[in-house]
Ligand binder design. Structure first.
Ligand SMILES: [Cu+2]
Length: 756
């Protein structure tokens, strides 16, 4: 066995890591947690873990994996496509968070970040999700300044000793009334005691959703062809298919897992982007090894992910207002062929991203007190972003938005976790990353003569500069946890975290408004231009947490966690030339100084234990965050206003019934430079029920019970219909500045899940 292990280790020495364990293997941090559970419970109060049971209740309600995290303290969601919203932790989102899906650092390969990391896994495939909201340990961080999210699909299962073989699976179907959404999933495992094979597949699709009662301001009249209903929110339809096969081998002390996954999104439309996703194919290959040694655990992983992404105008954006009879607009509904200098049809945009990663890590048990985690990670990322000629102003050449983009990360870290006594635990970590970036020469659609929008001069200026950049980034984090007795835990954490700019932030180059508005990953409708000389952003964070609970942590708990973060060289935006209020403008990324602070409060309590009607418990979350630009005095963009959730749950035999209220204040702290739209406060109510038999689970619920109209505070600007290619189309055409994306009106959902 040892020889085999050594051979394997050698074979995989070039490979990487992640949280991955055989059914009977135990990941080390959990040993610490479990060992402690009998006495105190020094689980970090700034870490939230959602396991299968916690996730199950929302699976039928959403096809958007990020939305499974909606009730985690400190988390809010940027609206995007139907399966692609972006989690925000304490005001920081997207590339500012470290998000790992099955051990892979996925990167959105799209100038609008449509294919965000969590869009690559279906909610039905998520077996566990961990969210680190505080000064997260360096072992789960890197190239980010906010929290970390670690999402895992199910671990491979094997037949029990003496059982011979195992055949099991799960299948489910769901339907949601709003948008007529439906889909299903299937997972099947065939295994012996040593080998395990699994297939997992899922599919979800939806028409446009409808907003609550009052959404009338933006409804269309006189539109040819497809007509939106009065309360229909344009560009919110989608279809997604995820499939994977996993082959795993288990020895006495080691586990090897190979997984191939393919995601296909035939279309996903975006109500806050000027383009829609018209095709996205992602192939993911991952090989992982976990070995339990006498000294601890060795983890290695290698992965390769290839995204082929296409955008164009979806059906709600293919219309030329005021000239329905013809014209040569790229968004005209009438076909135009052949394309030429005077005739355009659509605006195809392609992105190709290749992401290769290798990581190696060890959790070394030094003694009963000390655990040392060391790791090395390498990631090579390649990106091309090009827009083929499609006629009229987009003619005659291919527009290269980013060509031969390269972003490589080399990281090493060490983390020392010590249990000094039953009361005191500390975690100290240090991490270094070298980030090397480069990009090739670019050109616009037009490469000679009179070109629209300064394409010639912009391209020449970009090509004349060196694009080769190397950042050397240090992260550190120190955490102290004090657990005086079984009813309370206090934690203080400080961290320095660094993120290098993304390829889109450094290397997008065109100031032409039509091109710039295609580069936008915040959904605010503005155009963005990169800056090669951007510096990495560095956050210094202080995070405190106190957790009080009953001795068994069963009947009640209260957790309060204030935080403060100062970000040097925060990548903000400034006006490029002239930016009037009340319209969309072209902005450029710029390093400024920012600070974010706030508090998350969460708690639960068993309020009644009845004979006839089961147990009743109350749970709640309150989130407050402020974000300020210290250089300009402006508010940061997309900061969730004060909000709270309260839920009353009845556990009654096989029934679980919940009434949920969500209360959100008006958003009036808005980013002026981005002309961010204010949103009104609102409250929503949801009902959820589930009934469980031995092998069957039924979920049924109503979201937005009273069909309340509301605007998504982090949903961005509504660009879901009309002639989106013009930054500010003439009055009478859409989109006009000033409408936020409405949230979904009432939706009844039902889901059934069968285990076999
Ligand atoms: Cu895209």
């Amino acid at each position: 066995m040892f020889f085999k292990l050594a051979t394997l280790s050698a074979a995989i020495a070039a490979l990487p890591f992640s949280v991955l364990a055989a059914e009977d293997a135990v990941v080390l941090p959990e040993v610490v947690v479990k060992a402690a559970k009998s006495g105190a419970a020094p689980v970090s109060p700034s870490e939230s873990k959602l396991d299968a049971a916690a996730l199950q209740g929302l699976r039928s309600a959403t096809s958007d994996t990020a939305s499974l995290l909606r009730d985690v303290p400190g988390v809010s969601l940027y609206g995007a496509g139907g399966v692609s919203s972006l989690p925000s932790i304490r005001g920081l989102a997207d590339d500012r968070l470290r998000i790992k899906v099955d051990g892979m650092d996925l990167i959105a390969a799209c100038p609008n970040h449509m294919n965000s990391p969590l869009s690559y896994i279906d909610p039905s495939a998520v077996a566990s999700a961990r969210v680190y909201t505080g000064a997260s340990p360096v072992s789960v961080g890197g190239d980010s300044i906010g929290g970390s999210i670690v999402v895992e699909s199910a671990e491979p299962e094997f037949a029990r000793s003496g059982q011979g073989s195992l055949l099991k699976g799960e299948a489910g179907l769901f339907y949601r009334s709003n948008g007529n959404a439906f889909g299903g999933h299937l997972s099947a495992t065939v295994a012996s005691e040593q080998l395990s094979f699994n297939y997992t597949g899922s599919s979800a699709q939806s028409d446009n959703y409808t907003a609550g009662d009052d959404f009338k301001t933006y409804a269309f009249t006189g539109r040819a062809g497809h007509t939106l209903d009065r309360d229909e929110v344009g560009s919110t339809a989608y279809k997604a298919v995820n499939q994977s096969v996993t082959l795993a081998w288990k020895g006495d002390t080691d586990l090897v897992e190979f997984k191939y996954g393919r995601q296909h999104i035939p279309f996903e439309n975006y109500p806050n982007q000027r383009m829609d996703m018209t095709d996205n194919v992602s192939d993911q290959f991952s090989l992982a090894y976990t070995g339990k040694e006498a000294w601890g655990t060795l983890k290695a992983r290698a992965y390769y992910e290839h995204t082929q992404h296409e955008m164009d105008f979806g059906e709600d954006k293919r219309f030329w207002y005021g000239s329905a009879s013809g014209g040569s607009g790229a968004q005209n509904g009438t076909p135009c062929s052949p394309i030429s200098a005077s005739c355009a049809e659509g605006m195809p945009m392609y992105t190709d991203g290749k992401n290769t990663g290798v990581s190696l890590g060890a959790d070394i048990v030094l003694n009963t007190r000390d655990l040392l985690k060391v790791g090395a990670e390498f990631q090579a990322y390649r990106l091309d972003d090009w827009w083929p000629p499609s006629g009229a102003g987009m003619w005659p050449n291919t527009f290269w938005n980013i060509r031969d983009g390269e972003r490589d990360r080399y990281a090493v870290f060490g983390e020392w976790e010590a249990r000094h006594s039953a009361q005191w635990t500390s975690v100290l970590g240090l991490r270094h990353e070298t980030v090397k970036m480069d990009a090739g020469d670019v050109n616009g659609y037009c490469t000679s003569g009179m070109c629209m929008g300064n394409q010639l001069a912009d391209a020449a200026a970009f090509n004349g500069q060196s694009r080769d950049k190397t950042d050397r980034n240090w992260d550190m984090s120190a955490l102290v946890r004090y657990t005086p007795d079984a009813t309370q835990t206090y934690e203080a954490g400080i961290a320095q975290k660094t993120r290098s700019p993304s390829l889109y932030e450094r290397y997008t180059w065109s100031t032409w408004s039509m091109a710039a508005v295609m580069n936008n990953f915040v959904g605010d409708g503005n155009g963005y231009v990169g800056d090669i000389d951007l510096k990495p952003e560095v956050a210094h964070t202080l995070s405190l947490a106190a957790d009080w609970h009953d001795a068994g942590a069963k009947t009640w708990s209260l957790r309060v966690s204030p935080f403060y973060s100062h970000v040097r060289d925060f990548i903000a935006a400034r006006c490029l030339t002239n930016c009037p209020d009340g319209q969309f403008n072209v902005l450029q990324y710029v390093n400024q100084s920012a600070r974010l602070y706030g508090v998350d409060v969460s708690g639960k309590a068993l309020v009644a234990r009845t004979q006839g009607y089961g147990d009743f418990s109350l749970s709640g979350v309150l989130n407050y965050v402020r974000g300020e630009n210290r250089d300009t005095g402006d508010d940061l963009y997309n900061i969730m206003p004060l909000n709270a959730k309260l839920a009353l749950t009845q556990k009654w035999g096989r029934w679980s019934n919940t009434v949920e209220g969500q209360f959100v204040a008006a958003k009036d702290d808005v980013s002026e430079v981005r002309n961010e739209i204010e949103t009104d406060g609102y409250s929503l109510f949801n009902l959820r029920s589930s009934y469980e038999w031995k092998q069957v689970r039924l979920d049924i619920g109503v979201e937005n019970l009273f069909d309340r109209f509301y605007s998504l505070p982090l949903g961005g600007a509504y660009l879901g219909q009309g002639t989106t290619m013009a930054i500010n189309p003439p009055v009478g055409n859409y989109p006009q500045w000033g409408t936020a994306v409405p949230g979904m009106g009432r939706s009844v959902y039902v889901g059934v899940n069968v285990k076999f």
